[in-house]
Design a protein. Structure first.
Length: 141
């Protein structure tokens, strides 16, 4: 395209998504650096979605304590799709990875996730969190 070309307007649509943890196509240190840069200028739900994605990347590196701090600090105003229930579910997963002494806290986080029946993983059409949280609670028994 030459510099004399006409400008093209492309509409952008923001959508809450999670970083797919098992993706071999991602370079996680680069993702982590990019998310930290994005977080520096973000506010509200945008900042909290970035915290969620930062936590997911940290979980990939097995830094569950640091991921949990981000998740517990984040609050989302939405109740459908990637929402507060998603944060609570991942918080429970972090507690599980921190060891058996945190089973009570994990259970509490999974019960909290059940309060958001429309919460999903990975985006608006992702799997529901509630069945996953229910199964995690069963596994804790």
């Amino acid at each position: 395209m030459s510099q004399d070309a006409t400008a093209l307007t492309v509409p952008l649509h923001a959508e809450a998504l999670e970083v797919p943890l098992g993706s071999p196509a991602l370079c996680y240190p680069a993702v982590l650096a990019q998310l930290r840069l994005l977080y520096a200028g973000a506010t509200g739900d945008e900042a909290n979605l970035i915290k969620l994605n930062l936590a997911l990347v940290l979980m990939q590196f097995r830094k569950y304590d640091k991921a949990m701090e981000l998740l517990r600090d984040a609050r989302l105003s939405t109740v459908r799709g990637v929402s507060q229930g998603t944060l609570d579910y991942h918080t429970g997963r972090c507690f599980l990875h921190l060891g058996s002494s945190y089973q009570s806290e994990a259970g509490q986080a999974f019960r909290q996730a059940l309060k958001y029946p429309q919460a999903t993983l990975l985006g608006p059409d992702g799997p529901l969190v509630a069945p996953l949280a229910r199964q995690a609670l069963e596994d804790l028994k």
